[in-house]
Write a protein that binds this ligand. Structure first.
Ligand code: GTR
Length: 438
């Protein structure tokens, strides 16, 4: 059975169909229960999905107007119980254009590097945004996504500045002492087909997620969180944001900047993210309705996959491996998915009426492709309230490499946990269809 993924982290991966993982659940006060990872559909316990179109006090919903109130209830649950609330306080960044190159990629486009500096409560963060645009006389619609290894990893072009930020160690040793080296230039270019994006008339906007919050648990001392610590506060409350909330905040701040950039069509930003950054793009898209399309690539547990199936990665496992991703309250659901008052189909429905796309990979069983599909399907009734198409009547998962493009897009492709050219072709096609009906 293929459950191993080739990624940078050394977290233990289960190898058998029902694997017991001897990790201690960090947040359990009672003796640690074993973390069991199930891969067997027949062992899924019966579960009921929380209602999408019934309010907290039991009223059925059949209009957009009522849904928009229900939407608020659902958003609150995700904020209080899962990703944590994002602070309301506005911190205006200092904006500095670090570099502009008028002609890159043999005349295909131009690039710009913009630094957003946020300073408050004695703390400062710099988010370096890379914008690559095709030649155009009109504002350009863009894909926006955070990257895992620094902007210079998305393409080998020498014009992109090598990130100076803290990095996770890499297997290929292109990161030394937690700093990127020239050897990491273009390392993730397979995930970012820049030329293809530009040739199709889209720009690409990206930033390193670690600029917003370095991806390790330090009790929220670094990254964005301390900017909001005032009056002796030194960590988020149990219903306040974790790292995913921080990364999502960063995406909204990039959108703020894009609204001031006349080269960009900020009303047509397709937000996309892979894996933990897919979870992030969904949470950002749920909170910030300025994102015109939201795309989740293999986001799995804590992203598009239903929690209540408890198959592949589950709540206790993700909270144990990554205690900083979600809010403190989410730990209550360790070993207790049945008590969750919400599930991820409701998160997807928060994108409506904006198009949402969920993509899975056949070998990515850790992310539960079927659970991702079912969540996308079960979000459908909200799209239908708006008179939009959805996949709510699909009784079965589509075949591999056979995408469905309604206002809710879905595909499962062959291969492993990754972002591939195949995925991008679908996203570009979907954006063309949704933005221009072509
Ligand atoms: C895994 C994690 C997943 C996914 C992935 C990634 O280790 O268990 O939830 O987020 O990392 O982001 O690459």
């Amino acid at each position: 059975m293929k459950t191993q993924r080739n990624h940078l982290l050394s977290w233990i991966r289960p190898a058998s169909a029902l694997a017991a993982v001897s990790l201690m659940a960090l947040n359990l006060s009672s003796p640690a229960q074993e973390i069991v990872i199930n891969y067997d559909e027949s062992k899924i316990q019966p579960y009921e999905l929380p209602e999408l179109l019934v309010t907290a006090n039991g009223r059925s919903i059949d209009s957009v107007e009522e849904w928009e109130k229900r939407r608020g209830e659902i958003l609150e649950m995700f904020a209080n119980q899962m990703y944590g609330r994002t602070p309301n306080q506005v911190i205006k960044p200092e904006i500095k254009i670090l570099k502009e190159v008028g002609d890159v990629l043999n005349g295909l486009g131009s690039m710009k590097e913009v630094r957003l500096t946020f300073e408050n409560a004695g703390h400062t963060i710099d988010i370096d945004v890379l914008i690559i645009l095709p030649e155009s006389n009109t504002p350009v619609p863009c894909f926006l996504g955070l990257n895992f290894g620094g902007n210079h990893t998305i393409h080998p072009m020498k014009e992109i500045t090598l990130s100076q930020s803290w990095m996770r160690p890499s297997r290929d040793e292109s990161v030394v002492n937690n700093r990127a080296t020239e050897a990491s230039r273009g390392r993730s270019s397979g995930r970012w087909p820049v030329e293809m994006i530009l040739k199709n008339g889209y720009g690409l906007v990206t930033a390193y997620y670690g600029d917003i919050d370095p991806d390790f648990h330090d009790e929220f001392k670094n990254g964005v969180h301390p900017l909001f610590y005032e009056n002796g506060k030194d960590k988020p409350e149990s219903n306040e944001w974790g790292s995913i909330g921080g990364w999502a905040w960063g995406l909204s701040r990039i959108q703020d900047y894009l609204e001031s950039d006349c080269a960009v069509d900020s009303s047509r930003i397709a937000l996309l993210g892979h894996s933990r950054l897919g979870k992030t793009s969904l949470w950002a898209g749920a909170q910030d309705e300025r994102f015109a399309i939201v795309i989740s690539n293999n986001s799995g547990c804590g992203g598009a996959a239903l929690n209540k199936r408890v198959i592949g990665e589950n709540v206790v496992r993700i909270n144990t491996s990554f205690p900083h991703w979600f809010c403190g309250n989410f730990k209550k659901y360790n070993h207790a998915e049945d008590s969750l008052p919400f599930d991820q189909h409701q998160l997807l429905a928060l994108m409506a009426p904006r198009p949402v796309y969920v993509a899975s990979a056949e070998e990515d069983r850790w992310a539960d492709p079927k659970g991702e599909f079912l969540a996308a399907r079960e979000a459908g009734p909200v799209y239908e309230l708006y008179g939009l198409s959805s996949i709510s009547s699909e009784t079965q998962m589509p075949d591999v490499n056979d995408p469905i493009h309604t206002t809710v897009g879905y595909h499962i492709r062959t291969g492993r946990h990754n972002v591939t050219e195949y995925d991008w072709k679908q996203y570009i096609h979907f954006a063309n269809q949704q933005f221009w009906g072509k």
